[in-house]
Design a protein around this ligand. Structure first.
Ligand code: ADP
Length: 433
């Protein structure tokens, strides 16, 4: 819009009109009266426009100001221009706000803006989900009225806001959330919320794992250390004690060695890529070798081991992982079955899949333990498992090895009757010769 303003020309024009009226009045011998009438008309005209302006400013719902000529036209145009500019600015601001909100919604964490008196100003959807906030109903509510955990109430009222706080999510005791508060001006506080359930679980697992490994290594180490101290003066030790000490130390070092090998196997399997399944494994030959080893292992207990394999039934997979899976399951059957027990190993195809099964008529396992058997270091009877040299890692290794081959371990067992461990390798990994 072209710039217009009220300046000297307006004043000169006004003066000229009054002068002209004075001249006309002079012709009729009444110059002052004529100027008076002109000035009154002018005053009335201004009054009319002022009325229109005030009613437009205070009452009118119209967007554009009234029309007007002369100096009032200039004022109305100026007002219109001001309004247009405000409108544009408002639009730009709304766009900016929208973009900011979209950005805040895209944040991987929940965000809640609270004011200094702890009322909720705004929150993104993730925060609403994590904290169970209803939106927009909860806007303006005090956050410590909605999340009433005493630690949280203390946390939000604390000026020391740099630390983080981890608490169970409101209404969901199993989910853990981490809060972090940041004051970004005197009035507003940004509360960031993050779901740390998984991280907490992993952290707990890591702690348990380290505690378990240390414990498992400590027991044999203590035994070996005790014997080494006894051997400080070999003369003082009778020969039969010597032999016992030697046997025990050998047994305990073997235990440590077996534990470390199992740990290495487990970490290798856990770290392995799922895609390394190109090698063809001759499962019948592998099972023959493992069952011979099992026979040697169970020779003292006079076990009866039968092996039934479908010849030519091979699979694609990782040899080391599958050998670990087969041997752990078969050796466990030998370890946890009483003397003269019977063990049945089978490998056969069914609907294109390959099935493995090892059953024994040994101790069996109580139903309450079955779910947890594949956890690392889980053992039903620690003392018994130790005697067999078990570390509690065998079935964890089996579980991981099988999951790499798209398979799952199935355990059926009843106390004193025996156990059956089985799994199915899916058809896409089966190679039938
Ligand atoms: P371990 O090294 O102690 O054998 P595993 O992970 O291989 O550890 O097995 C976990 C536990 O499961 C064993 O301690 C044992 O109590 C139980 N278990 C495994 N196989 C059998 C089985 N065939 N019969 C009875 N119990 C078994």
């Amino acid at each position: 819009m072209r710039e217009r303003s009220i300046g000297w020309p307006t004043f000169v024009a006004l003066f000229a009109v009054l002068l002209l009226l004075g001249l006309i009045g002079w012709l009729f011998n009444a110059p002052l009266e004529m100027i008076g009438v002109g000035a009154a008309g002018l005053l009335f005209w201004h009054y009319q426009h002022m009325r229109r302006l005030s009613s437009y400013l205070w009452r009118d719902k119209r967007f554009s100001p009234p029309d007007g000529a002369g100096s009032w036209g200039v004022i109305y145009d100026g007002l219109y221009r001001l309004q247009q500019r405000n409108r544009r600015r408002r639009k730009d601001l709304a766009k900016l706000l929208k973009r900011f909100r979209q950005g805040a919604e895209a944040l991987p964490d929940g965000a809640v803006v609270i004011s200094a008196d702890r009322t909720i100003v705004w929150s993104n959807q993730l925060a609403q989900r994590l904290l169970g906030l209803r939106w927009p109903e909860d806007a303006g509510q005090r956050i410590d009225n909605l999340i009433r955990h005493p630690d949280f109430v203390r946390y939000v009222s604390n000026a020391e806001r740099s630390e983080v706080m981890v608490l169970p999510a409101p209404g969901e005791a199993m989910r853990m959330v981490e809060f972090r508060m940041m004051q970004y001006d005197n009035e507003q506080i940004l509360l960031m919320v993050r779901d740390v359930t998984q991280w907490n679980r992993m952290e707990q697992m890591r702690r348990d794992f380290i505690a378990n490994v240390s414990h498992e290594l400590r027991t044999p180490l203590t035994v070996v250390q005790g014997y080494i101290e006894m051997l400080e003066d070999p003369q003082a030790l009778p020969p039969e004690m010597w032999q016992k000490a030697h046997g025990m130390m050998l047994e305990q070092t073997r235990r440590m060695d077996s534990l470390v090998s199992q740990l290495i196997t487990l970490s290798r399997i856990e770290a392995a890529e799922r895609s390394d399944l190109d090698h063809e494994i001759d499962v019948p030959s592998l099972l023959n070798i493992i069952s011979e080893e099992a026979k040697a292992l169970g020779a003292e207990k006079a076990m009866q081991i039968t092996l039934e394999v479908e010849s030519g039934l091979n699979i694609k997979g990782d040899l080391m992982e599958m050998r670990s899976a087969f041997s752990n399951l078969i050796f466990n059957a030998v370890h946890y079955t009483q003397p003269e027990g019977e063990i049945d190993i089978r490998w056969y195809s069914q609907n294109g899949n390959a099935c493995f099964l090892v059953s024994d008529n040994g101790d069996g396992i109580g139903a309450e333990h079955i779910q947890r058997l594949t956890e690392r270091f889980y053992r039903v009877d620690r003392a018994r498992s130790r005697k067999t040299g078990g570390s509690g890692l065998g079935l964890a290794i089996v579980k991981h090895a099988l999951s790499h081959h798209s398979s799952k371990l199935k355990i059926q067992s009843s106390l004193t009757v025996g156990s059956t461990f089985s799994f199915v390798i899916p058809a896409e990994l089966v190679v039938k010769k």
